[in-house]
Ligand binder design. Structure first.
Ligand SMILES: Cc1cc2nc3c(=O)[nH]c(=O)nc-3n(C[C@H](O)[C@H](O)[C@H](O)COP(=O)(O)O)c2cc1C
Length: 423
């Protein structure tokens, strides 16, 4: 079974509604769909259900206090905000909605909501009169206009005995709506080929030249492309990462093997994303025996490896090609040059200098996307989030290039940002 929230980090906020007892079922179903779950409870919520329930169901500690010195040391509100891929508040009380509208940060849940830039969904649950009160209606209207997603509420019999609109939406529906956030469908029906990781260029039976690439960015992009509805082939150098669900993976070692594996698959590829740190050079001969430490100086002749990105673009000009450029200086300059020299459609450039925080082997990264008519800065964020944003931009540029096949509905922005595109 395809887990719809595989590897997603969901922060569940539980507030002081009588429906708080149903939040246990929400946690259970989130985990069933592959999500990692952390729960924040408001003080009022703890009067309805115990934190112990959510701790047991989520397998994680439950977070309650904003001004808790221990919690702040281990995992402060900012850390929690950064951790999440999405926040779901279920049930969301009338009081919570009012405070959210005001931008209050007077408890942990409010502070996290304010400090986060990931999708925020609320599942209101309250008496039908509270729901239809002009104050609540106004709060909901303002929150929606700010991009807060509202799931429900449903109508039916209520805990207070009334019947009407205000019941929290059923947990299975909430989870389904949440999963849809990640399933953008922007690349539905397309074949995406991603290369990832380093290559190893053998010198003798035990030694090789390689680089620091971990493959994390490429694997995150493969996962994001699956979420966007694509069929994904991932060709990876030696890494220790699990294959994302539904991705077809082929492992290779050297640059020549990666080149051969890519070319063998290119026939029906619509989008090529080359994140692999492919060695530019390899030793001209691989020695049959281990080199002995006899000579004072050792000279090794290196010869050029085939250029995968340029060859793909030359042989398959209709394919939308994205290259990665890891630079230690003059990022913009080299990115524009590479875009031009390799005649590709987009370059994703990132810093990999000694003092950079993201890049190789890190879980975070920041990149600058450059294409012929524009560019877009994607600031430091988790590689999972960055991959989704990148895929969203690739989808937009892909459809712009294929205007004839363009349908506005195909373009979906996971996390809409202003583009500096000048077209
Ligand atoms: C028994 C009981 C049930 C309640 N149920 C709800 C409810 O379903 N929805 C709601 O918005 N408020 C409900 N309230 C009121 C909230 O608990 C109250 O507004 C509280 O301040 C919410 O705090 P919080 O938003 O910080 O969690 C209920 C109160 C009580 C005593």
């Amino acid at each position: 079974m395809l887990e719809r929230l595989s590897n997603k980090r969901i922060l569940l906020g539980v507030t002081g509604s009588i429906a708080a007892y149903k939040a246990g079922e929400v946690v259970r179903r989130l985990r069933e769909q592959g999500a990692e779950v952390k729960v924040i409870m408001t003080h009022a919520a703890t009067e309805f259900v115990t934190p112990m329930t959510f701790q047991a169901l989520s397998g994680n500690p439950v977070y309650e206090h904003l001004l808790d010195t221990n919690a702040e040391a281990a995992m402060g509100h900012i850390e929690l905000a950064r951790w999440a891929d999405a926040i779901l508040v279920a049930p969301a009380s009338a009081d919570f909605l009012a405070r959210l509208r005001l931008g209050r940060a007077d408890d942990l849940l409010m502070a996290v909501c304010l400090a986060s830039d990931v999708p925020l969904a609320v599942a209101p649950a309250m008496n039908n009169k509270m729901w239809s009160d002009p104050a609540t209606e106004d709060n909901i209207r303002v929150l929606r206009s700010r991009g807060v997603l509202t799931f429900g509420p449903d109508s039916g019999e209520q805990a207070c005995g009334d019947t009407g609109v205000g019941r929290m939406q059923a947990p299975e529906l909430l989870i389904s709506h949440l999963a849809e956030l990640f399933e953008t469908g922007a690349l539905a029906g397309l074949h995406v080929l991603v290369t990832a990781g380093p290559t190893r260029e053998a010198l003798d039976p035990v030694r090789f030249f390689s680089n620091k690439s971990s493959g994390k960015m490429g694997f995150a992009i493969a996962r994001a492309a699956i979420e966007a509805g694509a069929r994904v082939t991932l060709i990876s150098g030696p890494v220790s990462l699990e294959t994302p669900d539904s991705v077809q993976r082929r492992d290779v070692v050297s640059a020549q093997e990666m080149y051969d594996a890519v070319m063998a698959k290119m026939e029906d590829v619509d989008i090529f994303i080359g994140t692999a740190a492919v060695a530019d050079y390899r030793p001209d001969t691989i020695l049959a025996q281990k080199i002995k430490k006899t000579d004072e100086n050792l000279q090794i002749t290196l010869i050029k490896n085939p250029d995968i990105l340029s060859t793909v673009k030359q042989r398959y000009p209709a394919c939308f090609c994205v290259g990665f450029a890891a630079e230690t200086q003059n990022l913009e300059h080299y990115a524009r040059n590479k875009l031009h020299d390799k005649a590709v459609d987009m370059i994703a450039a990132n810093w990999v200098g000694a003092d950079t925080k993201g890049g190789f082997d890190s879980d975070k990264n920041a990149i600058r996307l450059v294409w012929r008519e524009g560019e877009q800065e994607l600031p430091m964020m988790s590689k999972a989030k960055l991959a989704r944003e990148l895929v969203s931009h690739v989808a937009q540029r892909f459809y712009v290039r294929h205007k004839s096949a363009l349908s506005g509905d195909n373009i979906l922005h996971f996390n809409q940002k202003e583009s500096t595109d000048s077209t």
